[in-house]
Design a protein around this ligand. Sequence first.
Ligand code: C5P
Length: 294
Amino acid sequence: MTITEPAWAKLNLTLDILGKRPDGYHDLRMVMQSIDLCDMVSITFKERRGITLVTNLNYLPRDNSNIAVKAAELFFQETGIPPVGLTIRVDKHIPVAAGMAGGSSDGAAVLRLLRRALAPELPDRALEAMALQVGSDVPYCVRGGTALAEGRGEVLTDLPALPDCFLVVCKPSFPISTPELFAQVRLRQLRCHPDTAGLSTALYNGDLSGVCRRVYNVFEDMLPRKYREVGEIKRQLMDLDAAAACMTGSGPTVFGVFTDEAMARQASEQLRQEYPQTFLTRPVGRCAPADKCG
Ligand code: C5P
């Protein structure tokens, strides 16, 4: 039997860092949004025990340093369900080390698939608690849609859907390491913080321009000079008439928000000439909760 799920990429409409925690992580406040750029994750149950990972990107790890494998191992450990043999197939389309939670989203898809097949009664909260042990963004990726994420990223509040728009997503050729960027955070040097409450209110009012005015990521303020291409892509998006442009997560991917499809298409075609990993995307809603999946 093979079952498949899309693993949606995410964008940060806001990302704020509130403080350093005793456990070494940071307290965050972010508005997250799923987009229709996705990896496809499938699970095939097999006779022989053990977990095999197959992927179209041969440089990705295939042991439990890959989040998809780690998630499967954790699922059996935490539910107490005796481990069965699995082949996990991950067809990657989301750029790697890009700030779009590609790996976290694959792990979340594995958790949703295993729940669907082996433990359909497992509530969302339990799956999300498991997900936090896999990574800070994984609980959000389990549910997706539009959500406020606080704490390490696991304290989730659903928000009204982002009003329909077009999101041009552009990944420059270099990666940025998330732990490396977090290590550079100097809280007292952060000059600006996003108005996350105002952005949430704009979502409640279905006010896309109110959202666009408040899109902001504090990491942009502390990017080393070697990553200045991020600012250049932002400027290009604004020159191409984006209503807002911002880096997502720990970067380096930048997205632009457009209300007009033709303008978004033109912007994505223009940027793609220089940056092959440019995508024209749209927002996606929440994944089906536990009682609706299967
Ligand atoms: O949880 P995850 O393994 O995805 O986090 C990757 C790294 O990002 C952590 O090792 C940590 O350096 C940083 N991080 C953080 N605070 C968070 C989330 C991530 O400092 N809330």
